[in-house]
Design a protein around this ligand. Structure first.
Ligand SMILES: Nc1ncnc2c1ncn2[C@@H]1O[C@H](COP(=O)(O)OP(=O)(O)OP(=O)(O)O)[C@@H](O)[C@H]1O
Ligand SMILES: [Mg+2]
Length: 319
């Protein structure tokens, strides 16, 4: 797909496919073979869900990330292209394969194995700063899945800011649960930080949101902090003020896959319109809630008309 227009947002992040096996006869055992009655191969990463849904809402989005030159790479590219995300700057490595997660759904529970592959290999040298400079906003997601670039994030955000972009970051979960990030280095060149509550407490090493915010105030006084809290909604903090946005509660949740990424998409879309924090939080909470009404992270985001219809019918809200 050719893109002649400048993107509003460049998303830098991880890309992988999910191979989802459903209705498994029994749980796997070494040395034995069992059957699954269903299989789905879909675009899996949190950054890609964010990029796809932001594009559906109407922002122009381009992606920078790394995949291999294998058949899973085609799944990733076709899925992003079908949502009109500009993939011309997705890098295809000759030496590593596209990342994949095998999900075994068994009753109400699931087991997952992830091969990170190319997503571990994205480096700061891979970023085309000339291209980045054509955008208005940079969003980065999933620090801990991308060790090749993690250490260089302060440099990446500083460069983006010097090129005139605003910046946002969703750290996502640390699978190693070490949470080794120097926030005093990372946050000063950031405009918007979007962790969930558990991630926020673990990253700040604090036991309450108030304690964590007091720490952030010292190291990044100009930051807008957004803390997502599932069915409790989200908290926003900037200029010394904390606001709470309750969730548009869905009591009939299909699944919560990508609710956080869909929240981010609504929040950033609203932010780019120049809206104040309160309105950005409200739109984020609405798109997060919309996401829970359909399966997977992008199921509710086929078109902006479709999102508006779900918002009106399920939550009596206009987008
Ligand atoms: N049951 C629900 N009903 C309505 N809205 C919800 C519900 N669960 C979550 N949300 C909305 O989605 C937002 C993001 O959810 P959550 O706090 O789970 O983020 P997250 O943990 O970052 O998610 P993810 O797993 O996608 O990374 C919440 O702030 C809330 O507004
Ligand atoms: Mg999240």
């Amino acid at each position: 797909m050719e893109f002649n227009t400048k993107p509003d947002v460049v998303v830098i992040g991880e890309l992988n496919v999910d191979i989802i096996l459903n209705q498994i006869d029994a749980f796997p055992e070494i040395g034995k073979e069992i059957l699954a009655q269903g299989m789905n191969i879909t675009l899996g990463s949190s950054s890609a869900i964010f990029a796809s849904n932001l594009c559906t809402l109407g922002s122009g989005v381009a992606f920078i990330g790394k995949i291999g030159k294998d058949s899973f790479a085609s799944v990733v590219l076709e899925s992003l292209n079908s949502k009109s995300v500009d993939t011309s700057h997705v890098i295809q490595s000759e030496t590593v394969n596209t990342g994949a997660t095998i999900v075994l759904n068994y009753d109400q529970d699931r087991a997952m194995v992830t091969y990170p592959g190319a997503m571990e290999d994205l480096r700061i040298e891979d970023i085309d700063f000339g291209f980045l400079s054509t955008a208005r906003h940079l969003h980065f997601s999933s620090i801990f899945l991308q060790p090749g670039i993690c250490e260089h994030l302060p440099e990446l955000f500083s460069k983006a800011k010097s090129l005139g972009l605003t910046t946002s970051l969703d750290p996502q979960w640390d699978p190693a649960e070490k949470w080794e990030v120097d926030l005093s280095n990372l946050l000063p060149a950031l405009d918007i930080f979007l962790p969930n509550k558990a991630e926020f407490l673990l990253l700040t090493g604090t036991s309450s949101m108030e304690e964590g915010i007091a720490m952030i105030k010292e190291i990044a006084p100009n930051l807008t902090l957004v803390i997502k809290d599932g069915s409790n909604g989200a908290y926003g903090w900037n200029y010394g003020k904390l606001v709470h946005q309750p969730a548009f509660l869905n009591t009939d949740v299909i699944d919560c896959i990508g609710a956080g990424d869909s929240f981010n998409a609504g929040f950033i879309h609203e932010f780019l319109k120049g809206s104040l924090l309160k309105k950005c939080l409200k739109t984020g909470a609405l798109t997060g809630a919309v996401s829970t009404t359909r399966p997977g992270g992008t199921g509710a985001f086929d078109s902006v008309e479709g999102v508006s219809k779900i918002a009106a019918e399920n939550f009596k809200m206009t987008l």
